[in-house]
Structures are given as structure tokens and as C-alpha cells.
Ligand binder design. Structure first.
Ligand code: NAD
Length: 356
């Protein structure tokens, strides 16, 4: 890979290669844009096929965090830590080293749990770095906040399409009965919505059905459900040429990351008359919840959840801008995030005297 060309393509600030001889740690830290504040993004440990793949993922994910954080209205830039070791090789020593490399950036980035890292791993990192978020004694597990943000986004999408934000008597098909999907189902059923749910592990979907009265379908059948909202809450890349023709929903709004197989998929959904709520906005509840750790007095769940519940309002602005400019909702969301960064960068021109 031509690294500088790859960085120039989307304006990345820094790409840091960290190697620890004692543990064999190979960690890439990508900082995309820190106009708004320190980089904030998780630490991922994945079995990458090659170094190039790991670098490409770090660049892509850190850029995604810039947009997610800017759109969420928090004062953080975009960064990501990517560990390029087999997750089975993870050791105490390796995590210690990873923590030290984060620490030596002196607060230029904050990180936390992501794919391939457990809450215990994050506690292990805490022995060598202070720059961690989402620890159990602070904001903790973000999935309830992510579910609330998804719920708020579904209500806003209903309002935009049907004129009423009420989930009552609306039908929502949820893909994935994990932490987010199951909590979302509970909220929607409590509001009088009809919920259909599936999971690759059918017992998870069945547990939700037993608790809420939702209907269970086999995993692959979820795309064919005649419903108002299709809510992907499992894995990414599920909106693609195979699944799009099967969708019967008027709205796609779920928490899963990277739902679109390609950026063009957003345009295809637009042409099909399906309202797509961009995933990085819908699942922003997790990051809004975490950002509350930095408020005066530290994390307060009630205040954090109040902010998360406002995600729907922000989403409505995206829908309006997309319509006004004749662009996809994804493009509109990106423009709003970029406008915020540009406006704050503009204010940073003002000279502020420092004490000598
Ligand atoms: P989870 O691991 O608890 O649940 C995901 C569920 O999806 C699992 O039960 C899994 O068996 C199921 N699944 C996987 N592939 C499937 C398929 N093809 N069809 C049906 N079910 C399938 O994860 P989660 O915390 O509920 O998160 C759900 C999604 O939301 C993920 O994409 C995650 O990245 C994203 N997200 C989560 C959070 C959070 O705070 N938990 C925050 C932001 C984004």
C-alpha cells in the first residue's frame, strides 16, 4: 500500500505503527481528524489477512469515527487502534504494551472496547494507560444507550414517512436478538408495535419472543417480512444486491455498523423509495453515552440518556437536508458532520493568548 497516498485520500493526520518486542504486539493507531478534540474510537483486535488489510481498516474506521463523533455533537475527533495479532495470542503482556502506546500519546486519543476485546481486556489496559472510556465504574456497557438511540431514530423515521412518530400498530422486523436488538424489541412492544425478530442463534430470538410476545422467523426470512421498518441489529454489509429486492419495508433503521455493502447502496435505497437512516447516526447512542464521562462531575446516566434520546431529532435534520439537496441520507449526514468540523475549525483561527 502507498501509505501517504492512502492518508492523503481522506486527509488522515497520523498513522502510528507500534511494535513491542516482548509480547509481539503489532498495533496501528490511526488518527483521522482532531479538529474537534482528541481522537475517540475503540481498540479492535482482528485476524487480518495481511498488514495492508489491517492498515486499511484502521484508516477506514478512524475516519468513520470522525463523522460519528462530529454528527453526535461531541467534542472528539476520529481515531482507531487496530491490533494486528491473532486474538488468540492476546496476553497480559501484549495488553500492557498496547496501553503504554496509548498512554505515550498523552491524551491525543481515548480508546475502549471494540471487536476482539473483552471488558477484562480493557481493565488490563488500564494498568498502563489512563486514556480509556466505557469502563464498568464509568459509563459501562453502551448497549442500552445504543438501543435507546435506535428506538429514537425509528420514531423519527416513522414521523418523517408516516407523519406520526408513534410506534403503536407499526410493524418492525429486527435482525439480531443480541444486546441491542432485544432491548429495542422490548421498547417497541411496550409502545404497542408489532415486532418480528430473528437471530442466527434461534434461542436468543425465542427468549425475546417469550418475554415480549414478538414473532420469531428464521434468520434468512427476515428480509421478506412485510413490515414498516426493517431494523438491522446484527452484522454489517447486509444491504446488498441480493437483499435489496427482497425488502418490503418503507424504512431501514437499525444499530448495526456498516450496513451498506457499497456507498452506492444508499442511492439504490433512495430510488426504491426506502428511507435509510444512516447507521452511524442511529447507533450514535453508544458514543454519546461515553462522552458523558467527560462532563463536569463525571458520568451521569440520566443526563446521558436524555441526550441519547435526542438522536431522532438530529436525524430529522438529515432527512430534510437530503430532500432539499436531492442527495442520499448518508451524503446529507456526512455534509452535516463536515459542516460542524469546518465551522469549529474556523473559530479556532481566533488568537487566544496563553499565560507566558
Ligand atoms: P450482540 O453480539 O449482542 O448481538 C448480535 C446478535 O446478532 C447475536 O445474537 C448474533 O447471534 C446475531 N446475528 C449475527 N449474524 C446474524 C444474522 N445474519 N442474522 C441474524 N442474527 C445474526 O451485538 P449488539 O451489542 O446487540 O450489537 C448489534 C449491532 O449494533 C452490531 O453491529 C454492533 O456493532 C452495533 N452497535 C452496537 C453498540 C453497542 O453498544 N452494543 C453500539 C454501536 C453499534
Amino acid at each position: 500500500m502507498d501509505i501517504f497516498r492512502a492518508m492523503a485520500e481522506h486527509g488522515h493526520e497520523q498513522l502510528i505503527f507500534n511494535y513491542d518486542k516482548a509480547s509481539g504486539l503489532r498495533m496501528i493507531i490511526a488518527l483521522h481528524d482532531t479538529t474537534l478534540g482528541p481522537g475517540l474510537g475503540g481498540m479492535r483486535n482482528w485476524r487480518y489477512g495481511s498488514e495492508d488489510e489491517a492498515v486499511a481498516d484502521a484508516l477506514r474506521l478512524s475516519r468513520g469515527m470522525t463523522y460519528k463523533n462530529s454528527f453526535a455533537g461531541i467534542d472528539f475527533g476520529g481515531s482507531k487502534c487496530v491490533i494486528y495479532n491473532d486474538p488468540d495470542e492476546k496476553s497480559d503482556l501484549l495488553l500492557r504494551a498496547a496501553g503504554r502506546f496509548v498512554e505515550m500519546l498523552g491524551g491525543r486519543i481515548y480508546t475502549g472496547e471494540d471487536v476482539g476485546l473483552t471488558p477484562d481486556d480493557v481493565e488490563a489496559l488500564a494498568r498502563t494507560t489512563r486514556y480509556l472510556v466505557g469502563r464498568p465504574h464509568k459509563s459501562g456497557d453502551p448497549s442500552k444507550a445504543a438501543a435507546l438511540g435506535t428506538y429514537s431514530s425509528i420514531c423519527a423515521s416513522l414521523r418523517h414517512v408516516f407523519g406520526s412518530a408513534e410506534p403503536k400498530d407499526r410493524h418492525v422486523a429486527i435482525q439480531g436478538a443480541g444486546n441491542v436488538g432485544s432491548d429495542l424489541a422490548r421498547r417497541l412492544v411496550a409502545d404497542g408495535a408489532k415486532v418480528t425478530i430473528c437471530d442466527l442463534k434461534p434461542e436468543r430470538a425465542q427468549a425475546v419472543a417469550d418475554a415480549t410476545g414478538a414473532t420469531v422467523v428464521p434468520s434468512d426470512a427476515i428480509y421478506d417480512v412485510a413490515c414498516d421498518v426493517f431494523s438491522p441489529c446484527a452484522l454489517g454489509l447486509i444491504l446488498n444486491p441480493q437483499t435489496l429486492p427482497r425488502l418490503k419495508a418503507k424504512i431501514v433503521c437499525g444499530s448495526a455498523n456498516n450496513q451498506l455493502e457499497t456507498p452506492e447502496t444508499a442511492e439504490q435505497l433512495r430510488r426504491m423509495g426506502i428511507l435509510y437512516a444512516p447507521d452511524f447516526i442511529v447507533n450514535g447512542g453508544g458514543i454519546v453515552n461515553i462522552a458523558d464521562e467527560f462532563e463536569d462531575g463525571g458520568y451521569q446516566r440520566e443526563r446521558a440518556f436524555q441526550r441519547v434520546a435526542q438522536i431522532g431529532e438530529r436525524l430529522l435534520a438529515v432527512f430534510r437536508r437530503a430532500e432539499a439537496e436531492g442527495i442520499t441520507t448518508s451524503a446529507a449526514a456526512e455534509r452535516i458532520a463536515e459542516d460542524r468540523i469546518a465551522a469549529i475549525a474556523q473559530q479556532q483561527r481566533y488568537f487566544v493568548p496563553q499565560r507566558p
